[in-house]
Write a protein that binds this ligand. Structure first.
Ligand code: ADP
Length: 458
């Protein structure tokens, strides 16, 4: 069942039952109260008539008294005990002459009750008296309740008509309410289906000016679609960048391989050049695919386990590796006090590797690494005296695949760069709560500063 139909059904059924219960209660309370009141009045009237007959000294005037006390629509009679319960004197109104046919009976008890004669309701009161002449009798009044019955019938009718009218209104308005709630949800479902069908990031149209929950839900949905679209475009850009960047080395390799195929045997001097070009492009591609894989690893954003680590041994180890592999002068200077940081050793090593690799690729002189701490961080500074980065390029070097004038890096380093190192470094540093700050002067050199969190317990 549709949600709107459920809202419609439940709210209508609930309201209708409550309304019926309330109206039925009102009717029956009113019914019993009015009947009780009517009988009470009848009892009082009968009492009055009995009193008058009791006080009357003249038995001949009794009939006159009965005539005086006959109800507007009904009968009054005197039922003698002696006569075996048969009515002695009896007076009826003209409309109720049929009542005189009713059998009578003497009762020593006072009776006040509602009785049914034929299809009609009557009030009946019987009060025992001892008349002035010593005779024991009942003054009995039977009074028609037609007026009350028609009043109650009118009340019944009013309540039924009102109930039906209210139920119709409730049915209509709960249907409207269901549709009102369902409209934005339906629009959202349609938009989602449209997105699934077309692959386009469609937004919900928001017309409502109010800020109710449904409008907020629509806005949140649009924000979410915006985020998805953004990340989808980034992903798309990344894939197209990656394939573009991989195409260049592959084209170079292919063209050198062709050259070798055609002329390799005739011109041996080409052999050396081609093989070197193929090797260096292959190495570049290898580096790029490794970095791409790292960037694409799904759990790369997850929190890495962090510990308190002394930085000097880590830095010395990384520097030693680079000294040995690239035959470069790398100096580590540390403050007298050991410098600690709260970080992840593996991720730190990778960061050092990327920053040292850049320092080595874009410089030829010595590289200095400084270790110190300030009031907020532990710092590792990697200083080179190389070609530097132009100020205008500095804000872009953390973007994926961004390379400052690729030809210039190739001159420095036969392997060339991928433009991925710093973007990867930034992702890693974010994951371990660190920060990288680059300062550079073109032609003079670059300083990459790694700011690491201090040990927490300090
Ligand atoms: P790449 O693989 O090209 O080195 P990076 O993301 O590590 O990629 O660096 C992006 C660009 O920033 C590089 O192409 C380079 O021009 C510039 N760069 C990075 N570090 C240095 C540095 N220490 N000295 C000079 N230029 C640098």
């Amino acid at each position: 069942m549709k949600l709107s139909s459920k809202i419609h059904l439940y709210s209508s059924v609930l309201f209708a039952s409550l309304l019926l219960a309330a109206n039925i209660t009102v009717y029956f309370v009113f019914y019993s109260l009015t009947i009780e009141q009517e009988l009470h009045a009848l009892a009082a009237e009968t009492e009055q008539a009995a009193e008058a007959i009791r006080a009357s000294n003249n038995p001949l005037a009794t009939e006159e008294l009965l005539r005086a006390y006959v109800p507007v629509s009904g009968m009054i009679r005197l039922t003698q005990e002696k006569a075996g319960g048969r009515a002695g004197l009896l007076v009826t109104t003209s409309s109720e002459t049929a009542l005189s046919e009713q059998p009578s009976a003497y009762s020593p008890q006072r009776i006040v009750e509602k009785v049914q004669i034929g299809q009609r309701d009557y009030g009946y009161a019987s009060i025992p008296i001892i008349a002035a002449d010593g005779a024991v009798a009942n003054v009995q009044i039977t009074k028609s309740m037609d007026e009350l019955t028609s009043l109650l019938a009118m009340l019944r009718l009013v309540l039924i008509v009102v109930s039906i009218a209210v139920i119709i209104i409730v049915l209509l308005s709960s249907g409207l309410l269901g549709r009102l709630i369902m409209r934005p949800i339906g629009a959202m479902t349609r938009t989602m289906k449209e997105i699934a069908r077309s692959g386009k990031f469609v937004r919900l149209e928001q017309h409502a000016k109010s800020k109710d929950e449904l409008v907020q839900m629509g806005e949140t949905f649009n924000e979410m679609i915006g985020l998805l679209e953004n990340s989808f475009h980034k992903q798309e850009q990344f894939v197209s960048n990656a394939s573009h960047e991989l195409k260049t080395p592959l084209t170079i390799i292919e063209s050198y391989a062709r050259l070798l195929q055609r002329r390799g045997l005739e011109r041996p001097e080409l052999f050396e050049e081609s093989v070197e070009a193929i090797r260096s492009e292959a190495v570049r591609m290898k580096g790029m695919t490794e970095q791409l894989l790292l960037l694409a690893t799904p759990n790369r954003h997850q929190e890495h386990e962090r510990n308190v680590i002394e930085l000097q041994p880590e830095v010395e180890q990384a520097a030693a590796g680079f000294r040995r592999a690239y035959k470069r002068d790398i100096y580590v200077q540390a403050s007298a006090e050991p410098v600690h940081a709260y970080t992840n050793a593996d991720q730190l090593k990778q960061l050092l590797f990327i920053l040292l690799d850049n320092a080595r690729k874009y410089s030829q002189d010595r590289i200095d690494i400084e270790l110190e701490r300030d009031s907020h961080h532990s710092l590792i500074r990697i200083k080179d005296r190389g070609i530097g980065i132009p100020a205008a390029e500095l804000p872009h070097v953390f973007e994926r695949f961004y390379r400052v004038d690729p030809s210039r890096s190739r001159d420095q380093d036969s392997e060339g760069g991928t433009g991925l190192g710093l973007s990867l470094a930034q992702e890693i540093s974010r994951a371990i709560g660190a920060e990288i700050v680059l300062t550079s002067e073109e032609g003079k050199g670059t300083t990459a500063t790694l700011l690491l969190p201090l040990p927490q317990q300090e």
